[in-house]
Design a binder for this molecule. Sequence first.
Ligand code: DMJ
Length: 467
Amino acid sequence: MNARQLTYLTSIFFLFLIPVKAQQRPPAHQMQTATGRSLVSETEREAFAKLVKAEFVHAWNGYKKYAWGHDALKPLSKSYRDWYAHSLYMTPLDGFDTMILMGLEKEKEEAKKLILSELRFDHDMPVQVFEVTIRVLGGLLSAYQLDGDPKFLQLAEDLGQRMLPAFNSPTGMPYRMVNLKTGETDDHLNNPAEIGTLQLEFGLLSKLTGNPVYYDKAKKACTALFEHRSDIGLVGTVINVNTGEWVETGSHISGMIDSYYEYLLKCGLFFDDADYLAMWNASIGPVNQYLLDTAETGLWYSHVDMHTGKRLKTQFGALDAFMPALLALGGDIETAKAVQESCYKMWTTFRIEPEQIDYTKMEILSGYYVLRPENIESATYLYHHTGDRKYFEMGKTMFESIVKYCRTEEAYAELSDVSTMTKTDGLESFFFAETLKYAYLLGNDTTPKGFTNTIFNTEAHPFQKTW
Ligand code: DMJ
């Protein structure tokens, strides 16, 4: 048999073989594992990721056209907003690592050029320590780790130094505001989220610079907060950092407390810090014991008094929806799944989730939607931790409704009211950092070490353990 005949016979053989194999395989949406999970085909995932990437470019182009060099785009008035007297380049910094993960080379280079040529911190202006840490410091650190340019780390170190005076309170817990030039501090009434959500960034800065001061200050602050928990193991909403007295004693997992719990676990895992893991283990038990509430509408986290555990409110919201992601990371998949059902119900009942609902009546308490990521974030975590198609579909549906109701001709806009889907003139930088990134990672996991091995800061900046 000559070579030509051999090729002919081989192709005939494969022509018969391929249809048989194809017939044996059920369509992608019916594919199941031995445990009954439905899977998602790579083609479907890729197509979704491509869609998300295109929407990122759409929103970024709007920022470029109307808000270049400023913190955020105002999508309806086609102008811009800066948080303070000088821009801190929040949108380019928050979006930078998303561009890298999405393979947006041109956009990445233009953002890099802007940040490295314009961003400086020697401004005489008070800034909010927590927000600047999670967005700006976090963005600079992940930019350095993913891009490699040492100028990102120099900027991060400069910023870290300028924020250190915030920790100079009698308790070690930071003041809410610090002046970047003078180091003057302000606002002694702070909350667990703003006190306890600094360690990943300050800790990573220590690891990368070899200067332990950042790690130590942030850890002292968080430990002091933990030590002020009540006898039943809960924290309240507002604490005086000068005296350590609680000013508001409502306990919940919503805004002002949420990411304190997130960082207890993430810092324990990321830094192999046994103290953080111990604080997490001592906290998650009481949180589940006192806050979890089984209602007719599902499983929710409520609001209780930090000292008595007495229920204060049956209120849940867009920010609380981070919890299934955290539970999944902590290994409690079953509670994560049950709470995610509720989060998804909160979304689909109103077509887009409102900021706050009363979960017993499924009634809106606060109807705005500022393009928050938490619900999609949790769907993405559950998808990567279980491989179940159900969570891919949840994330996809949520993303599609954002496109349907929040897309504008040249970018995206927040909603002032989900009952009327009325758009409002804002576009938070976390839409670029988190919402679009988590949606994209649902379809295409481009994180260097894989999604389940990556620790994201609370603004979804992926951090790498390099030590
Ligand atoms: C982000 O800045 C962070 O995720 C923070 O922890 C909570 N709020 C926003 C997103 O909703």
